[in-house]
Design a protein around this ligand. Structure first.
Ligand SMILES: Cc1ncc(COP(=O)(O)O)c(C=O)c1O
Length: 420
């Protein structure tokens, strides 16, 4: 066996094939039950799609035009790795005005490839291999993957249906070990649609302080809170009321241990533009920026100009989209509760209904496949979001009012013939 001159390492023995195998890290990610649903849905005719987690609205025209203008003006080069200064300033002003947290645009805000990369960068900036991260169960499936990719260990904490999927401090305290370094929170939540109350957020803050944890707060659905249905209840000035979104970093002493994650994807119907951001106190903020530079150089400059227009331009499209989502939520939840074996609580945020379907006697994967095959409606089994998601289905009401009506009618028929 010869020594490899460049690296000094010993090459793999001929015939071992290890050089052509994907890494153990990539293999640890596995495939989910969602893939099966996607693949089957492609092969069936006339499927109503309620499985996608993205607004069905088009990106507002003023935002598209800002991108066109950016190209015409030649803003087509690399930007600073944290993002163009104008956008970071606009994000800082937004966070101060709406979320009641001041972040210095020079050192505490990093523009990223969507919230997905913001979360991954935040994990890399705060954790070392082998550290444990508490993640919500049920929770967005990507959290498990992001934590694994970062070399840390995901440890699920239960959010129980019986408490409206809220944070239960004693329950979560049991998951703490000497290696726990961070807790990931997501309110409004994917997949449950629940919104943590002010008391809940306060309790998470106390829990994080007491156990000396970082908090990674994924707030991508912050605007999707249906207090008054007109989008005005999202940010009650005093952070009061059941239906106000509250950023945990706005609480005393929390900014220094929190990474606030947000995105343009959901609020401005910009999922394909891939732009979001992380905001954190200087030390962590600069670490996130270094990681972003190493992994991405910077985010598309064109998309950054579009995002600048999203934040500083008219906001009617957001308000209109939120009221339409509320109308659809009310419809879908009412219709789901008329289906045999389904029980659906009223989700106060995001754009997902998460009915309890245990009374059907089927597990969530079987039921999702049954509904897809018999009713031609695509939705996601709750088990895809963690073991606590079992017994539920996730339906995204990111489809038109009439398609939602049709979908519920089809599911009702299929369930009625199955259970009667
Ligand atoms: C809870 C949650 N966080 C983050 C994201 C991803 O957002 P982005 O498109 O900004 O990467 C999603 C997308 O479904 C989500 O549901």
């Amino acid at each position: 066996m010869k020594e490899n001159k460049l690296s000094g390492s010993v090459p793999r023995v001929k015939g071992e094939n290890r050089n052509r195998e994907p890494s153990a890290r990539s293999r640890s990610l596995g495939l989910s039950g969602i893939r099966q649903i996607f693949e089957r849905a492609q092969s069936l005719p006339d499927v109503i799609r309620l499985e996608f987690g993205e607004p069905d609205f088009d990106t507002p025209e003023n935002i598209k035009q800002a991108a066109v203008k950016a190209i015409e003006r030649g803003y087509t080069k690399y930007s600073s790795s944290s993002g163009i200064p104008e956008l970071r300033r606009a994000i800082s002003e937004k966070l101060e005005r709406e979320n009641k947290i001041y972040y210095d645009p020079k050192s505490e805000i990093v523009v990223t490839t969507g919230a997905t990369a913001a979360i991954y960068n935040a994990l890399l900036a705060t954790l070392d291999p082998g550290d444990e991260v508490l993640i919500p169960d049920p929770g967005w499936a990507t959290y498990v993957h992001a934590v694994k990719l970062s070399g840390a260990i995901p440890v699920p904490y239960r959010l129980r249906k019986e408490t409206g999927f809220s944070f239960e401090r004693e329950e979560v305290q049991r998951t703490i070990t000497g290696k726990t370094r961070a807790i990931l929170i997501n309110s409004p939540s994917n997949p449950t649609g629940s919104v943590f109350s002010k008391d809940n957020i306060q309790s998470i803050a106390e829990f994080a302080e007491e156990n000396d944890l970082f908090v990674i707060s994924d707030e991508v659905y912050e605007k999707f809170v249906y207090g008054n249905g007109d989008g005005t209840a999202n940010f009650s000035p005093a952070h009061t009321g059941q239906d106000a979104h509250m950023s945990i970093a706005s609480l005393p002493r929390m900014k220094e241990r929190t990474v606030t994650i947000n995105s343009f994807s959901k609020t401005y119907a910009m999922t394909g533009w891939r732009i979001g951001y992380a905001a954190a106190e200087k030390g962590i903020g600069e670490a996130i920026s270094r990681i972003n530079a190493a992994a991405n150089s910077c985010i598309s400059t064109i998309c950054q100009y579009a995002a600048l227009e999203a934040l500083t331009g008219p906001q009617e499209s957001v308000t209109n989209m939120i009221s339409e989502f509320k109308r659809r939520r009310d419809l879908l939840v009412r219709l789901l509760n008329e289906i045999d074996g389904f029980e659906c609580f009223l989700p106060r945020g995001a754009f997902y209904a998460f009915p309890d379907v245990r009374a059907t006697g089927m597990n969530s994967q079987e039921l999702a496949m049954f509904i897809l095959n018999e009713a031609h409606v695509a939705l996601i089994p709750g088990s895809a979001f963690g073991s606590e998601g079992e017994g539920h289905l996730r339906l995204a009401y990111a489809n038109s009012y009439s398609k939602i009506e049709q979908a519920a009618e089809r599911i009702k028929k299929a369930m009625h013939s199955k259970l009667s």
